[in-house]
Design a protein around this ligand. Sequence first.
Ligand SMILES: *Cc1c(COP(=O)(O)O)cnc(C)c1O
Length: 403
Amino acid sequence: MKDHFRDLAIFGGNPAFADQLFVGRPNIGDRQAFLARVNDILDRRWLTNNGAYVQELERKLEEYLGVKHCIAMCNATIALEITIRALGMSGEVIVPSFTFIATPHSLQWQQITPVFCDIDPATHSLDPTRVESLITPRTTGIIGVHLWGKPCAIEQLEAIAQRRNLRLLFDAAHAFGCSHDNRMIGGFGDAEVFSFHATKFFNTFEGGAVTTNDDELAARIRLMKNFGFAGYDNVIYIGTNGKMSEVSAAMGLTSLEHLDDLIALNRRNHEAYGRGLAGLLGVRLVPYDGNNRYNYQYVVLEIDSESAGVDRDLLLQILHAENVMARRYFYPGCHQMEPYRSHFPHAGLLLPETEGLVQRVMSLPTGSAVTEEDISRISSIIRLVLMNGSEMTEALLRRGDAA
Ligand SMILES: *Cc1c(COP(=O)(O)O)cnc(C)c1O
């Protein structure tokens, strides 16, 4: 075994990091500003139900996103469920399988069948050229996902939706603060849904929002997220409880004050990874290029095991031993999870790109908890592993502890 292998924790060295570095460690804004807002909430004893902070957050988000209506919610999953229902989707809806499980679940939860469509391996998003062949007489809509905060094929999907008379919803859970053609994500399709979960770029502990320029749709969604109440004692619609609490809105308003700093920090981190991994064979850092705005929240690598000489999962195992808690994403694909796996056991036959991608993708820690020095160290580990890929794989196989 080469001497410098012994520097790695998996070969008996000390882990590179004393504490684990996580993907999606929450960004936290100014603590004093947040606590001052919480004190104010407690003083006024208005904790939820369209309080002053939720209203202020909604107005500020409408302004920031350049959209007519923003409806704050308790999380993005409920926001998706409500919006799907308010749009009158039924029967079948076309979605990618390469997404977080909440996207198909929000359909299946209300007996709508998610029809999985393959992705374009260049963008990781829904391949619009494959959408049309999946449309049947039961199809009522398409849900595109702006994966990694990169806009999916918005124009092509809009054209198909218009031509085939389908509703178009975007799962923008990753895409807060991102733009497309000089317009902020939030105003495309019939509606868009953001997640403000703790692990997302912009968080309200738990939370989410629906944005739309459609007045009627917005009114329907507002009713549905509050049990259908149109006023005291007056329920005019079936509804559920999708309300955001005041303390969540206070968190959102506090983070909003630091948004540009957070984007700059994420961008610096992403560029540091770009420098650290430059020229490495078999690794592609998914780029944020073009003229769009991004939140740079996702540092996504594609590991081509053949040219890298090492398997994605083995690299993951080595990084974990070093306390770098990199993650596979969205492994093994929604179509391989229940209930979809049982409903459509052969779905994979139509999803060759998705099935390939879930074997290659890995995401690395970033955000305010990760420094540029950390990144340079993480990059060195990856470099060491890839430069000695086949030897390292063999050494671990011999020891019998390769995954
Ligand atoms: C996080 C996420 C969701 C769900 O968001 P919650 O706020 O946690 O309910 C939905 N879709 C995608 C693509 C996500 O990443």
